[in-house]
Write a protein that binds this ligand. Structure first.
Ligand SMILES: C[S@@+](CC[C@H](N)C(=O)[O-])C[C@H]1O[C@@H](n2cnc3c(N)ncnc32)[C@H](O)[C@@H]1O
Length: 209
């Protein structure tokens, strides 16, 4: 199994973490999936070594589909070899696929009933974050859920080390993500058992009027 830390050191901007997410965070990130009626389509963005993918697969049934999008060639190869290929062999009535590319370039096959996103948005320029949220929200079926996570206190922690421009970007990210939560009936859960602790944030497809 591929070392997460090695890939994080090589590509910290896109990996944005030093360890895979915990099971507690994975449970929270996938908590909306069970209530959806089948057949369901799931999109996972930024699968890494599969911390959330395992939980998505555990709840899948015949007729369901999972598209996992992962920018890192190493992570995508690891995911296919160790998780998706064996799962596919055991569950031929389900479609599970990894797309090795940035989500901005993925050929998606939606609409999706749920999107589970593990991207490190605080490492991205705001325009990239906005573009990615537009893609993910645009790919959701009516009533579907988009769930992402962010580490607790990450923006204030980074602020002293990133210069004025970086601080403005962090502040703009905070404002943008808060706006999304207001517009999409957002709710968040604190997950203490994770390195570091994190918020899972759930957004609904249909904006609240
Ligand atoms: C914080 S890690 C999360 C990995 C895994 N979901 C977890 O929680 O342990 C972020 C992942 O997003 C991937 N990633 C970053 N930018 C991406 C993009 N634009 N499109 C797809 N994947 C991306 C990284 O390679 C990395 O695997």
């Amino acid at each position: 199994m591929l070392g997460f830390l090695g890939e994080a050191v090589r590509n910290y901007r896109t990996t944005g973490a030093i360890a895979p997410s915990s099971r507690s965070l994975a449970r929270s990130m996938t908590s909306n999936l069970d209530v959806l009626e089948g057949p369901r389509r799931f999109l996972e963005v930024g699968s890494g070594t599969g911390a959330f993918t395992r939980h998505i697969l555990a709840g899948m049934e015949d007729g369901d589909r999972l598209d996992a999008v992962e920018i890192s060639e190493a992570f995508a190869g690891d995911l296919e070899e160790n998780l998706l290929a064996p799962y596919r062999r055991a569950n031929p009535e389900q479609v599970v696929q990894v797309h090795q590319c940035p989500i901005e370039e993925a050929r998606l096959d939606g609409p999706y009933h749920a999107v589970v996103c593990g991207l490190p948005f605080n490492n991205f320029p705001l325009s990239v974050t906005q573009k990615i949220f537009d893609i993910m929200l645009g790919a959701l079926a009516g009533g579907g859920w988009l769930t992402y996570f962010e580490y607790v206190g990450m923006r204030p922690l980074k602020a002293p080390f990133v210069g004025k421009g970086g601080r403005n970007t962090l502040r703009d990210h905070g404002d943008y993500l808060s706006k999304l939560e207001r517009e999409h009936n957002g709710r968040r859960s604190l997950i203490k058992v994770n390195i570091p602790p994190a918020w899972s944030v759930h957004l609904q497809a249909v904006p609240v009027n």
